[in-house]
Design a protein. Structure first.
Length: 111
């Protein structure tokens, strides 16, 4: 089963891509990000409550701050799902928490 992100989310491979969008489109990005997390986690497993609760916060932080120069700290790894997706790991996100896939926990060194 192939899970496809929404049309705006498909264009975001980094915070720089996110910043190119007008502020009026951020609501749509959040909707698509939330839906993508739900779709992937419902098929591949994981915990999504914490990530769904910080979708707008994650999007806003990456839109306003100069990440990765300005570093973010997540309370729990499950909050970082949106962060992973917005920072170039969207297409690999279905491997989250799987053997040789994305780590289920935040790491200083990205995989």
């Amino acid at each position: 089963m192939e899970i496809t992100p929404g049309p705006l989310l498909q264009t975001i491979d980094s915070p720089e891509d996110l910043k190119k969008l007008p502020r009026e489109k951020l609501h749509q990005v959040c909707d698509e990000l939330r839906q993508y997390i739900v779709d992937v986690v419902s098929v591949h497993g994981g915990h999504f409550g914490a990530s769904l609760g910080v979708v707008e916060l994650t999007t806003a932080l990456h839109y306003v701050y100069n990440t990765p120069y300005d570093q973010l700290v997540w309370d729990v790894g499950h909050q970082a799902y949106g962060h992973k997706i917005l920072t170039g790991r969207r297409d690999n996100f279905p491997s989250n928490r799987k053997y040789k896939g994305l780590s289920g926990f935040p790491k200083k060194k990205r995989k």
